[in-house]
Design a protein. Structure first.
Length: 259
């Protein structure tokens, strides 16, 4: 009984410090506009649960105010693009997305033409992040436990590989759920699940013609997405990581992720 009394202060100390030991060190790579607002909800909840959160962003982001005081930490890296150019690009995308008069194949053509602008934006962000050796060294020294990222920045998974971190993907994003189906095994049969890139006229209650349209959109969106990743990001991954590096799809499909 006497020995038990001596253990009470130790037990009390362990209980006091238990909340601290449960907190993780989380690196977050967000998107812009609504993507940041969605991610912000997750970030605030992580902070409320006593996790240490660091948000990694770039100087051209049109929607994240890095000067505002927060209960989490910002790390900002410079990229070769002005904030106004990024804002104009996103506004043009939103206008095209909200245009209800453009449907079907015409929609695919509009977004295909806009991909070159996004390629420039994403390439600038990826180079500013992955080729910045000082930044990478600083991130390694921070000893993060996990990377939580918005898949709108395609090279975020490569950052996780570079840092040797497990990764969490925040939202479903890709056309026809290409990444989510092939990497995350998302159950999305095209006869029943409408693709996200349509203008809202397809739902989970479709007649035969609508199901046929949805299947064709899945085929077209998946083909465009794969070709774009192969011709754009496989080449980029080789340039960043050197010859013999893994392709975009290999990193995406074989690396451990949670969706």
């Amino acid at each position: 009984m006497g020995n038990d009394k001596h253990l009470l202060p130790l037990v009390a100390l362990l209980l006091i410090r238990s909340e601290i030991t449960l907190g993780g060190n989380i690196l977050v790579v967000p998107g812009d506009y609504s993507h940041w607002h969605n991610m912000r909800v997750i970030v605030d909840e992580l902070v409320a649960r006593n996790h240490s959160v660091t948000v990694l962003g770039h100087t051209a982001s049109p929607s994240i105010n890095y000067t505002q005081k927060e209960n989490f930490k910002y790390i900002v890296f410079k990229i070769n693009m002005e904030q106004q150019d990024a804002q104009n690009m996103w506004q043009n995308f939103i206008i095209a997305w909200m245009n209800k008069t453009v449907t079907g194949i015409r929609t695919l053509m509009v977004f295909w033409n806009m991909m070159s602008e996004f390629d420039h934006y994403f390439e600038a962000a990826c180079e500013g992040m992955l080729l910045n050796q000082e930044l990478i060294a600083s991130l390694r020294e921070s000893h993060f436990d996990v990377l939580l990222y918005d898949p709108i920045l395609p090279c975020s998974n490569l950052l996780a590989e570079t840092l040797g971190l497990p990764k969490l993907v925040s939202i479903r994003l890709s056309l026809a759920y290409s990444m989510e189906r092939l990497c995350g095994q998302l159950p999305a049969p095209p006869s029943y699940v409408p693709t996200v890139a349509t203008q809202g006229h397809l739902t989970d209650h479709m007649d035969f013609i609508e199901r046929l349209e949805n299947v064709l959109l899945y085929v077209a969106h998946t083909a465009i997405f794969k070709l774009h990743m192969i011709f754009m990001f496989d080449k980029y991954y080789t340039r960043v990581m050197g010859k013999g590096c893994l392709s975009f799809w290999h990193v995406l499909l074989c690396a451990h992720s949670s969706w």
